[in-house]
Design a protein around this ligand. Sequence first.
Ligand SMILES: [Zn+2]
Length: 143
Amino acid sequence: MIGNLADATLAVSGNAEWLGAGAYRDAFLINGVVYKVCLENDVPGTQANLDEWEFYPIACDIVPEGCAVPETMLYAVGPCPVIAMAYVEGTPMGECYCTPDEPHSNCLPLHIETALSTAGFFDIGYGNVVYDGTTYWVVDFQS
Ligand SMILES: [Zn+2]
């Protein structure tokens, strides 16, 4: 099991190392684990984390070869569901939107991009995949 309730509670308080923000969530790194806290109008929300938790077993099932899904857990901090996820050190990557004259930077290889979207990972924008040199980790699969 990844993470714990005390650190999830710390993430909700916001007094932790801020790792970054997605469209709906802040992410904190606490004791080597990523905690994601939903924000809706600047207050703790629920939906993106419930969506990600619901999709987790499916994601583990459908993830294509060469890719993986980090161990994930859900904690309830009062009314606020918090996702805990194993931290993957590596290069943030995403789907390629380059024009022909642009150099690729942090774009997923086409065969990986195709394998992921064919499998059912439809939101593989920049940062939703992290490459550790061996494996493409899908670190955001809430949609
Ligand atoms: Zn590209």
